[in-house]
Design a protein around this ligand. Structure first.
Ligand code: LLP
Length: 421
């Protein structure tokens, strides 16, 4: 459930009519609902009730400072994957002991930054990373708490670009070699082994792959303990999917996911961390765009909108589906007609949807892409010198711009021309 509903003939974000925001900030823009973000965070938190746990929001999905501040206020930890994300989390007031550092290519500089500012744990993904972390920590006279990310060789049955738990993926160390690498870690200075990390992919729509992975982690916990390691924390990653196509998908709920965690690893006496991103922020956001032209083509009609692939790249990059709805509520039973919904960028890939049944829409009408709160604004670019679009946060009847649209002047002045030109 989210808080984008039709009321009095217009799509609302909580209690604010979307056309009112459009009139104030211009199109296109992202719009997020604070109530939805809060609700989704709490669903996870409550699903793990009874376990010692921390929900570490995967801020890569949406890392606006206002969103992070809201999450931090709810008690969330953060999963970060770069020095930049670490600094964003700190800037939003998240204490170091609530920040976990994931990622396959951490640099020595990023390690130093986190050790200096405080870190809950590093999720180490390879032996060379382990060695570098040991050197960095030792040189600083610090100790780095770590888990090792194991690759359980499980098929997450999701899009190939976001599956991470198969043996051929670049992530983690093969679970078959885990005992060896834990032995190596235990012998290194500046390293304190505290647990195990696993993350098998994103937008998972079934529980079975999680179950397979977590059972393997449970076995490994027992083996490593028998080898003499202290395993007191399990980071189970993120990945629970959302219903992008509401009319025909219903992924498992956080309560079912929580029950699965309890069933598979709940009796090991470990502190449990999860790193959900998409399920918290995805359906908490929409992208609002205006139809520039309705164009008739050869055997098909196009809605040319003022948002483009640079604003929301998921359809171009993953062939992703987003529900697209008119902001003015269509009359009940109105006839729908297929449209290709496309942006102005000069690439055929700039297509959001093909032959999408839409009620009658005129140029100047507003339409909203649903489920755009995760991996939307964070993956946007200024391709075609299209300014990054504003982000707006709604809370009940109020809204605020939480990232403003840059001016063309700001964009152009970011470049510098060498004196010899
Ligand atoms: N933890 C780790 C280590 C991750 O790599 C990810 C996502 C997450 C947690 C959060 O996963 P989530 O709960 O959001 O599924 N840009 C793609 C998604 C990339 C996901 C990358 N890693 C998309 O738009 O679908």
């Amino acid at each position: 459930m989210d808080h984008f509903l039709y009321k009095a003939g217009a799509l609302h974000a909580e209690d604010v009519p979307v056309p009112e925001i459009a009139a104030s900030v211009g199109t296109p823009f992202y719009c997020y609902s604070a109530a939805t973000l809060t609700r989704h965070y709490r669903l996870f938190d409550e699903a793990l009730d009874g376990l010692d746990h921390l929900v570490c929001y995967a801020m890569k999905s949406n890392s606006n400072q206002a969103i992070l501040k809201l999450m931090a206020g709810l008690g969330a930890g953060m999963d970060v994957v770069s020095g930049g994300e670490y600094l964003r989390a700190k800037a939003a007031g998240v204490p170091g002991e609530r920040i976990v550092f994931s990622g396959v290519g951490k640099t020595g500089e990023e390690m130093r930054l986190a050790l200096e500012g405080g870190i809950r744990q590093f999720n180490v993904e390879s032996e060379p990373e382990l060695v570098l972390l040991s050197q960095v920590a030792e040189a600083m006279g610090a100790t780095a708490p770590i888990t090792i990310r194991v690759n359980p060789d499980v098929d997450a049955r999701t899009h190939e670009k976001i599956a991470t738990g198969k043996a051929e993926n670049k992530f983690g160390i093969p679970i078959s070699r885990a005992r060896e690498v834990y032995a190596q870690a235990a012998a290194l200075p500046g390293i304190e082994v505290i647990g195990i990390d696993v993350h098998i992919g994103s937008q998972l729509t079934e529980l079975d792959p999680f179950e397979q992975a977590y059972l393997k982690v449970a076995d490994l916990t027992k083996q490593l303990r028998a080898d003499g390691h202290t395993i007191r924390r399990l980071d189970l990653g993120g990945g629970l999917g959302i219903p992008y196509e509401r009319s025909n998908t219903a992924p498992p709920l956080p309560t079912e996911y929580g029950a699965l965690i309890k069933r598979t690893v709940g009796d090991l006496g470990c502190e449990i961390e999860i790193e959900p991103g998409r399920l918290i922020s995805g359906n908490a956001g929409i992208l609002v765009t205006e139809v520039i032209y309705v164009k008739s083509g050869e055997g098909r009609d196009f809605l040319i909108v003022d948002a483009a692939m640079n604003d929301l790249i998921r359809p171009a990059m993953y062939g992703a589906w987003h529900d697209i709805v008119p902001v003015a509520e269509p009359a009940a039973g109105v006839e729908r007609q297929p449209f290709d919904i496309v942006g102005p960028v000069c690439e055929t890939g700039d297509t959001f949807a093909k032959a999408r049944p839409m009620p009658p829409v005129q140029a100047g009408a507003l339409v909203a892409f649903r489920s755009a709160g995760a991996y939307g604004a964070v993956m946007s670019s200024e391709y075609n010198t299209r300014p990054l679009i504003p982000e707006v946060l709604v809370h009940e009847h109020q809204f605020a711009v939480i990232r403003a649209r840059p001016s063309f002047e700001e964009i152009i002045n970011r470049d510098s021309v060498p004196s010899w030109l």
